[in-house]
Design a binder for this molecule. Structure first.
Ligand code: ADP
Ligand code: MG
Length: 497
């Protein structure tokens, strides 16, 4: 591992020693309620990024177990988003396509001499690994999804990868897996797990067992099933076996929040000036949850239910011009309780002008995450990992808002903010920090009207905050401030003076 930080800006700025916590918190925002998984996986990413991962094997090998629809596959997609800026940057092998022994040839390509061997392009090639990396990181994520569906020989074929970081192709060439994280997911033991969760299927179980007890039982069932199905050689080469919990009520609510937020962002970015604000009332939320979440399929159906019950009807209303731009659209329960009712109830605050936003942070993971989320929400984003880059972008692009990390390697984010404000007083300067501002600095921020966002915060919080501050700046007196926004104002933003 010669190049642990391929993304470093090369200006010699020191990275501050806190990305560990950030990657954990960023990942657990995307994969809800599965902290055991996050905590097990993230250290291997850091080991790789620091250049300390062992040589001659993958940087990490994980077996993700647990009931369907609890976030196993989502975990790998979320890591891809954080490392590479896209959930698609994964080498994904659907093991269901390898149920027959002869299908293994698709993985490694047929040996020379076999008819048509030139036409079979192996799935696991060095090039495919390279394609799953990005400018920001050369660590490729390889996902063997639902490994229990593959023919038994698959795991023995893969032993070389787990053992030596090498995969031999049909033509005898080798693929190097040193710069990879390898994930296996499986719902092995799921039926036994479900029986633990709900022993009397068909009956409403009267008493719920304590969660910790349930978790231990589920883990034991999962591991038992794994040991029965896979060879000890395979199981012993796995760095971490993680069992996913059935989603609890709070996690399910959070996942619904994410999905509604994603729909809103989609509306904003697709409809631009014609966008509208969606408000889903509690009874409508319960309707979506009742149809989208089950013990058997977890949250797997939720997106589909939202699509059918919310996105499609909204799209119909838009094409029929039944929704005005900037409308407030309320979603409630229909008269017969079997459908949602979607009505335009008023006008949301006028659309804000959208200046570009510059984010300056030397924590690369956080930077990429924020930039992706804000871009998805339709903002034009500029990013800089050092004060030098930031100055250059500021001069050439004149962003309307600058989000500055307080500690920027050797530089000082607050000083930089003052510098920018002196050059362009109308610029909205926001300071991000994990704490550590002195009283004097806090006072200075208050005097200069620099709001402070305390870490950890959600990208959503920033978004609400920036939207809010523009609404306040450019459309004084407009509309009411959303609850999320007022929460941020109360919790994480100190606006004095
Ligand atoms: N813990 C979770 N956090 C966030 N979303 C989740 C979670 N669990 C399930 N989901 C939602 O359900 C969908 C299916 O989850 P997935 O990870 O594919 O399930 P599985 O555990 O069967 O691999 C995801 O795309 C996501 O929308
Ligand atoms: Mg899955």
């Amino acid at each position: 591992m010669t190049d642990p930080q391929p993304n470093s800006s090369g200006d010699g700025s020191q990275r501050k020693p806190e990305p560990a916590r950030d990657l954990v918190s960023l990942l657990s925002q995307k994969v809800v309620g599965q902290s055991a998984a996050t905590k097990a996986i993230v250290p291997y990413i850091h080991m790789y990024q620091s250049g300390l991962a062992p040589e001659g094997r993958p940087a990490g090998v994980f077996l993700l177990l647990g009931p369907t629809g609890t976030g196993k596959t989502r975990t790998v997609e979320a890591i891809a988003e954080l490392l590479h800026g896209s959930e698609k940057k994964i080498v994904k092998i659907d093991c269901g396509e390898f149920q027959m022994e002869h299908e293994m040839a698709k993985l490694m390509g047929a040996p020379p001499g076999y008819l048509g061997h030139r036409e079979t392009v192996p799935l696991l090639t060095q090039q495919r690994l390279a394609e799953a990396t990005s400018e920001q990181s050369d660590l490729a994520l390889v996902l063997f999804d639902e490994i229990e569906k593959a023919a038994p020989s698959m795991t023995s074929l893969l032993l070389g990868i787990l053992d030596k970081g090498i995969f031999r192709l049909g033509d005898n060439s080798t693929v190097d897996f040193e710069k990879t994280l390898v994930f296996f997911t499986s719902n092995l033991g799921a039926r036994e797990m479900l029986r633990e969760i709900n022993p009397f299927i068909g009956f409403q179980s009267a008493t719920r067992r304590p969660r910790a007890e349930l978790q231990t039982k589920i883990e034991a069932k999962a591991l038992g099933a794994v040991r029965k199905r896979f060879s000890p050689e395979f199981v012993n080469r796995i760095d971490a076996v993680v069992t996913y919990q059935p989603l609890d009520a709070e996690s399910i609510e959070t996942i619904l929040d994410h999905d509604i937020k994603a729909l809103q962002q989609h509306v904003n970015s697709r409809l631009g000036d014609n966008c509208f604000t969606i408000e889903v009332l509690p009874e409508a939320r319960n309707f979506l949850l009742a149809r989208g979440v089950s013990e058997e399929y977890g949250a797997r159906e939720l997106k589909r239910v939202i699509h059918r019950q919310l996105t499609q009807p909204l799209a119909t209303m838009v094409t029929r011009r039944e929704i005005n731009s900037n409308a407030l659209v309320q979603v409630s329960l229909g008269d017969n309780d079997d459908k949602l009712s979607i009505r335009q109830v008023g006008t949301a605050s006028p659309a804000a002008p959208r200046p570009s936003i510059l984010i300056v942070d030397d924590n690369h993971d956080l930077l990429m995450f924020l930039a992706t989320e804000l871009r998805e929400a339709g903002w034009e984003m500029l990013i800089a990992e050092s004060a030098g880059q930031a100055r250059q972008l500021f001069q050439t692009q004149r962003p309307g808002a600058v989000l500055l990390d307080y500690i920027l390697g050797d530089d000082d984010g607050l000083k930089l903010g003052l510098e920018f404000q002196a050059q362009a007083p109308a610029t909205k300067i926001i300071i991000m920090t994990g704490g550590g501002l002195s009283d004097g600095e806090l006072l200075l921020c208050a005097e200069r009207n620099f709001p402070i966002l305390f870490k950890p915060f959600l990208a959503h919080d920033i978004l609400n905050f920036i939207q809010g501050s523009y609404r306040r700046t450019f459309a004084a007196g407009a509309g009411s401030i959303s609850t999320a926004e007022s929460r941020i104002r109360a919790d994480s933003v100190q606006e004095r003076g």
